[in-house]
Design a protein around this ligand. Sequence first.
Ligand SMILES: O=C(O)CCC(=O)C(=O)O
Ligand SMILES: [Fe+2]
Length: 320
Amino acid sequence: MSITLCRGQVLLRACRAFSQRPLLQLRSLSSQRLPQVVRPSAEEVKNSRLNERNLEIAVRGVHLDGLVVVEDVVPHHYLDSLNIKMVEDARILQARGEDGPFNYNVDPIATQITSAVLGPRPKWTFCSGNTAMPPVPGGAPQRQPVHADADFAHPEHPFALVVNVPLIDMTPHNGSTEVWLGTHTGTGGIEAQEGAHGERASGRIKQDILAKRVATHGPPVQPNIKKGSVVIRDLRLWHAGMPNRSEEVRVMLAQIHFASWYRNPMRLEFAEDVKPILEGLESRGELGLEAPTNWVSKQQAIDGYLNRAFGNAYDFNQAP
Ligand SMILES: O=C(O)CCC(=O)C(=O)O
Ligand SMILES: [Fe+2]
């Protein structure tokens, strides 16, 4: 595990001006489908490698639900130090009224799962985070519209997986992401969406289609995700950022792993002092990823990381 200076940015939900739509009237179906959770043994955690049985469970979750949770893989001391820095940065960005970035890790178990689904050596070209800010005094907590991050004509087989790492326990109270399990396939792709790529709320799912999905499959879920977990989500899965009703800033790291054949032209941007860390991981056979990177000086990285573009300014499509 390594810590690297990253190109990404923190998305401040409080600042993201999604149009507010009435919440769906959800018909309550008796059983709510929860995500598959993998609980690795101490041995697996120590070796940073799932055994065959747990890897099968994880791969099944990703294929059938479009999402899987792996508990207890990221050491808390690492999350805590990152959280102090990122909450500080989030407050700075909130005060500026902008969206904005930070620091990162590569988790071998996450890469083991993404490689099992996407094929060997996925391409890591996006490194960022999402921050759910507590409501400002007098402000109403906001939610995002239900959307897919794949807001373009995309392959119908797995091509990209988001690796999310919450820095604190994530609950419905502090804005755990709402997920619509199983919607990554067979739901119409971009036909189900409105809001073209580049618009503020691109990829949002049409209201009538959401209502139909609830009627046939029941409501979505806001799972409790334990600190230390890694959540792997198909880029096509419907989901939404939810209001944080707590007093604590909720930061969630986000990387994207693309299949090696997927022609996404994005590149990471890291400070030069990260190079030996990635090279070290690679030489020990521990990286398991392609990481196309633009190297910048440490000063450039520090000066620029709070001024990067926000989430949907990035293009996850592939070259023709
Ligand atoms: O912060 C979250 O819970 C999800 C945010 C998200 O999906 C997005 O900004 O695209
Ligand atoms: Fe999203």
